[in-house]
Design a protein around this ligand. Structure first.
Ligand code: GLU
Length: 504
């Protein structure tokens, strides 16, 4: 299929977040698609901060935003923190630029001052709504005579600056949604400067996209209606319009707009829960885009970038399915090297009080083998300490056996196996996988038990559980762990056997 988005101009795209909260799924998908598109076309991915809403913008959010993008591997090659030929890249540092263009539009009579107060505008809005009309600006100050203008200015009434919207239709060929056209009579003359002189989003966005030579504007579907206004501003400035691609809204599995009710929605939350950036990036890329190979899902961002063009973007809403993300993250976790996972999950174990903050190499080496044993059992890394309860979790004062273990150890055969095994363990200095194997044969011949009864009883007596990871590996970890200076003592095999036997 022909990729209509490919043009002769160098590809320059931007992610332009407003630092008014944590980066959420919808926004980060926009960032990702811009990044992928830039990569695919070997273009520039630029980061601009849109902080014109001074009241809601916060530096801490800006900082977090940059960290989140870097964590996901979405490095930008121009903009905030890096500079470039078209800076500054934070809108609050660009007010002079906007004033200049506002002045130009006013001089050319393409914009006009509007003296209507909030109250007047509200009254008109109300009347229009009472008549079942779409509320829009009445055009009251569009045609003030020079005398009226002068008089209002002299009386000191504050004014906004509005774009003089031309009659006719305004439209564009969206690269995802196709032709989108409306009558300009449906649009209020957009405010470019507020009465305090501060510029509005639509105005800043156009001036910046223009000056920063943005070739493609890729952003959320929610901005579709802004695009018409923005195109009228481009026209007024006598500038060429970039190409637009709007990304469909992301919904929860219940078909409702994705929100807190659906669980974690910000990058930060996913990070805190121990999702891997590779998994989150891979999952997000599939929200509305699909690779050419049917059914292929596990892909690195590099692989996705190599075939990322806009023709494969769907315009129907994308569904964010946390279960699918969990499945994907689980696969990435199992594929991640044990030492890397040990490092990534260290903080979770320290917080759970299972390893000391200054864990030495011996502890970390042992911990790595713990991780290796349980890593395939979690969806995200914050679940590892709970899963490691099989190693750390036996309370000498209140040993908890699971149902299966209690059942098997409750039978005379199970009890006999457990006691005989404990007797043998008591008699050796050190339990190793080799000595363990010898003991199993001995228990087998002494008790006459074999198969499931034999092995399950031993497992239950050692771990308190009916099933779990490889027993020989567990034995080694119990023995070595019991000799390490850990904040919560790990019981040796012998200690475990006595605690569990004593409880049945
Ligand atoms: N600051 C806008 C937002 O966060 C960006 C819109 C755009 O990409 O033009 O929604």
């Amino acid at each position: 299929m022909n990729d209509r988005s490919t043009t002769d101009v160098p590809v320059r795209v931007r992610f332009a977040p407003s630092p008014t909260g944590f980066l959420h799924v919808g926004n980060v998908r926009t960032a990702l698609f811009n990044w992928l598109f830039a990569r695919y076309h070997k273009g520039t991915f630029l980061l601009r901060i849109e902080d014109t809403d001074a009241e809601r913008s916060e530096t801490q959010y800006e900082k977090q935003l940059l960290e989140d993008l870097r964590w996901l591997g979405l490095e930008w090659n121009e903009g905030i923190g890096l500079g470039g030929d078209y800076g500054p890249y934070r809108q609050s540092d660009r007010y002079e630029v906007y004033q200049k263009y506002a002045g130009q539009l006013l001089d050319e009579d393409k914009a006009f001052p509007c003296f209507c107060t909030e109250r007047e505008l509200e009254e008109v809005r109300q009347q229009q709504m009472d008549r079942n009309e779409t509320p829009r600006y009445s055009g009251k100050c569009r045609h003030l005579t020079p005398e009226e203008l002068e008089a209002r200015r002299e009386s000191g009434v504050p004014s906004t600056l509005r774009l003089r919207v031309r009659p006719g239709t305004v439209g564009f060929d969206d690269l995802v949604f196709g032709r989108v056209e409306i009558e300009t009579s449906q649009i209020s003359d957009p405010i470019l400067l507020r009465s305090d002189g501060s510029p509005t989003y639509n105005f800043c966005c156009v001036v910046d996209d223009l000056l920063m030579k943005i070739s493609h504007v890729i952003r959320g579907e929610g901005h579709l209606s802004n695009t018409h206004r923005q195109i009228l501003i481009y026209e007024a400035l006598g500038a060429a319009v970039p190409q637009f691609a709007h990304l469909s809204t992301i919904l929860g599995p219940d078909g409702q707009k994705l929100s807190k009710r659906h669980g974690a929605t910000s990058v930060r939350e996913f990070q805190v829960q121990g999702y891997l950036p590779e998994a989150l990036g891979n999952y997000l890329a599939l929200l509305g885009w699909s690779p050419s190979e049917d059914g292929k899902e596990m892909m690195s961002l590099g692989e996705i970038a190599a075939e990322f063009n806009l023709t494969r973007i769907q315009k129907s809403p994308a569904i964010f399915d946390g279960k699918k993300l969990d499945w994907m993250n689980r696969s990435y976790v199992s594929q991640t090297a044990d030492d890397v996972l040990t490092d990534l999950s260290k903080a979770f174990f320290i917080e759970a009080g299972l390893i000391p903050p200054d864990a030495d190499a011996r502890i970390l080496d042992w911990q790595q083998r713990v991780i290796a044993l349980i890593k395939t059992r979690v969806d995200h890394l914050d679940q590892l300490p709970a899963e490691a309860a099989i190693i750390y979790g036996l309370d000498p004062d209140a040993p908890q056996l699971d149902e299966e273990a209690a059942e098997i150890l409750g039978t005379p055969e199970g009890k006999a196996v457990a006691s005989e095994f404990t007797r043998l363990v008591d008699a050796v200095a050190d339990l190793t996988p080799e000595s363990y194997r010898g003991m199993v044969s001995e228990v087998k011949s002494t008790t006459g038990q074999k198969g499931r009864t034999l092995f399950h009883s031993i497992r239950a007596a050692l771990t308190g559980r009916g099933s779990g990871p490889d027993l020989e590996k567990l034995i080694l970890l119990y023995e070595e762990g019991s000799r390490l200076p850990l904040p919560r003592k790990v019981l040796s095999c012998r200690e475990r056997l006595h605690v569990i036997l004593g409880s049945i």
